[in-house]
Design a protein around this ligand. Structure first.
Ligand SMILES: Cc1cc2nc3c(=O)[nH]c(=O)nc-3n(C[C@H](O)[C@H](O)[C@H](O)COP(=O)(O)OP(=O)(O)OC[C@H]3O[C@@H](n4cnc5c(N)ncnc54)[C@H](O)[C@@H]3O)c2cc1C
Length: 527
């Protein structure tokens, strides 16, 4: 199904659309366009496809890179579920994580997020009995934001002329929320700093602490998981496997090891792409799912990006923070080791989230501002059939790129002993957090390896190893250039940067990009 460019696959001279990247945005757009009769070609620079949905295997273990849980898919009629069903021809199935999806751990206290709005509300009420009104208000606000967000994102698919006249109508209410930081909004509801800290306990899912993040992002994320979390049945690789099959069944082609060097543009019209070996492939439509920095700083020729002021516009957004992830393999099944399904979010108890981030950014020897622990092997219902007697854990914390930038001229696996020793120090610190929570795991760890922001930069091509594309601050949502259609005829954007980070955001970006290109109302189609 997926071919390697290096093995000289049979390619056509031209395509209806070339998609750069194979993240969820491109997979979704590729499937929608292919199903609408377009001949599509997806080009991926990595040796494996799927972007952050890809999995990797080492020493008999398998880890997900960018999927630990996805919300909304357990409701058969949600937009996300319907869209996943449509682009996978109903082949993608889901495993529910159970009642508790996230546990926020602050010092010695633990706060469980329980699926179902009423359950969530009453559990929070138990933890904070004097804050019941504030919790009620918070939930109402979360839903109010989500009510107006569909219009905001739909505006991105309007033609320039329609957008000129109706943009304000579509965007205004959403911007009232997105212009404010999460902390400002929550502080208006309650003065209880601990409640604020707990309610923002998933901020790692969008990478910015509450005094910097847009409340619209927070609200979207909180609502996304309020009905619990799920993972693809059979492993995260099923996303690529099922959607990829739909693309190829409908005449599309997916190539890995096919890095695009430049988008060919003549007289402001897109003509195709030039690969690293100078080979050109032609299409009047090119869709970049590589992020806005890659698109306008690397792939579009500089003179054209300057002419359309894209370089200036990029100054209004910035890459999100980097991260390190410890991929842990253990001997023993999840049942043997009594591993939970819910994710753990561990925080220092002395300071608020923003101060913890500041403290760590200034000095990496200080406490991690957050430690996220996910237990993939216990979430997949068929894991034991695929990997009997083995289990896996991912441990993540945010990490400024600068902490590793001195090795950015070195190559993967050959970065030197000092790099390895810095990694080992961080690995041990992350393992200590794991053992603090689950001391019985000492002795069960068989393998671990740490990825750094340099690994993310190397594999995913995100500038400075950005965890989630561009930052989700208030300013981001004001940027009108973050939409599918560009000022260059035939060049479109998709992926997390034009909606939000998250597999759901990426999937939805594929829908609005395809709708922009074809004019088809896919929402009507999928329902
Ligand atoms: C550690 C981590 C954990 C996460 N956990 C979750 C989670 O639990 N739930 C959730 O919903 N989301 C999660 N996310 C976020 C989610 O995975 C992403 O937001 C989403 O997958 C991004 O999709 P995308 O379409 O923007 O493309 P990406 O997945 O970013 O893919 C872009 C692709 O473009 C390719 N590319 C770049 N340049 C070129 C080029 N020149 N030529 C060809 N190809 C190129 C890259 O190699 C890459 O494959 C997580 C992300 C990370 C990093």
């Amino acid at each position: 199904m997926i071919q390697s460019y290096k093995k000289n696959p049979q390619l056509d001279k031209s395509y209806d659309a070339i998609l750069i990247g194979t993240g969820i945005g491109c997979l979704c757009a590729g499937a929608l366009l292919a199903k609408s009769g377009n001949k599509v070609l997806l080009l991926e620079r990595h040796y494996t496809a799927g972007g952050f949905t890809h999995v990797f295997k080492r020493k008999g273990f398998e880890w997900d890179v960018g999927i630990h849980y996805i919300g909304e898919v357990q409701r058969p009629n949600s937009i996300l579920r319907k869209l996943f069903d449509y682009v996978s021809d109903n082949k993608l199935k889901w495993d529910d994580m159970g009642d508790v999806y996230d546990s926020i751990i602050i010092g010695k206290e633990r706060f469980d997020f329980i699926k179902g709005v009423e359950n969530f509300k009453s559990k929070m009420g138990e933890y904070f009995p004097n804050e019941i009104k504030a919790i009620e208000k918070y939930i109402n606000l979360i839903f109010s934001v989500n009510k107006v967000s569909a219009k905001f994102y739909m505006e991105k698919a309007l033609s320039p002329i329609m957008s000129f006249f109706f943009s304000n109508y579509f965007r205004k209410k959403f911007l009232n929320y997105s212009d404010r930081t999460t902390y400002d909004v929550l502080r208006e509801i309650t003065s209880n700093e601990k409640l604020i800290k707990v309610l923002c306990g998933q901020y790692g899912d969008y990478g910015l602490p509450p005094k910097q993040s847009s409340f619209a992002m927070h609200a979207s994320l909180a609502k996304h998981y309020m009905n619990g979390g799920s993972v693809p049945n059979g492993g995260s690789s099923k996303i690529l496997e099922t959607i990829g099959k739909v693309i190829t069944k409908n005449g599309g082609t997916i190539l890995v090891r096919a890095e695009v060097n430049e988008i060919i543009i003549e007289n402001n019209k897109t003509k195709g792409v030039r690969l690293m070996d100078d080979n050109c492939i032609y299409a009047n439509k090119v869709i970049s799912g590589t992020g806005v920095f890659n698109t306008f700083k690397k792939l579009v020729p500089a003179s054209i990006s300057i002419k359309h002021k894209y370089l200036e516009k990029l100054k209004n957004v910035k890459p999100s923070v980097g991260y390190i992830c410890l991929y842990v393999g253990l001997k023993g099944s999840s049942d043997d080791l009594n591993l939970p399904k819910n994710n753990l979010w561990i925080y220092p108890d002395d300071l608020d989230h923003d101060s913890c981030v500041d403290r760590f950014t200034k000095d990496n020897d200080e406490e991690f501002p957050l430690v996220y622990i996910s237990f993939p092997s216990s979430k997949f219902s068929d894991w034991n059939d695929r990997y009997p007697g083995k289990s896996t854990i991912d441990i993540i914390t945010m990490m400024p790129y600068e902490s590793f930038s001195k090795w950015n001229k070195t190559t993967w696996k050959k970065r030197g002993l000092d790099y390895e020793s810095k990694k080992e120090k961080f690995s041990q610190r992350l393992l200590t957090h794991l053992y603090n929570q689950l001391p019985h795991l000492k002795g069960a760890v068989e393998h671990y390896e740490l990825s750094t922001p340099l690994s993310t930069e190397h594999f995913s091509n995100y500038k400075k190893g950005a965890l989630y594309g561009i930052d989700h601050n208030p300013e981001r949502f004001r940027q009108k250039f973050l939409k599918p259609k560009t000022k260059i005829k035939g060049l479109y954007i998709t992926g997390q940067d034009i909606v939000t980070a998250g597999v759901g955001g990426g999937l939805f970006s594929g829908l609005i990009t395809s709708a922009t290109i074809t004019g088809v109302n896919y929402l009507k189609k999928i329902f």
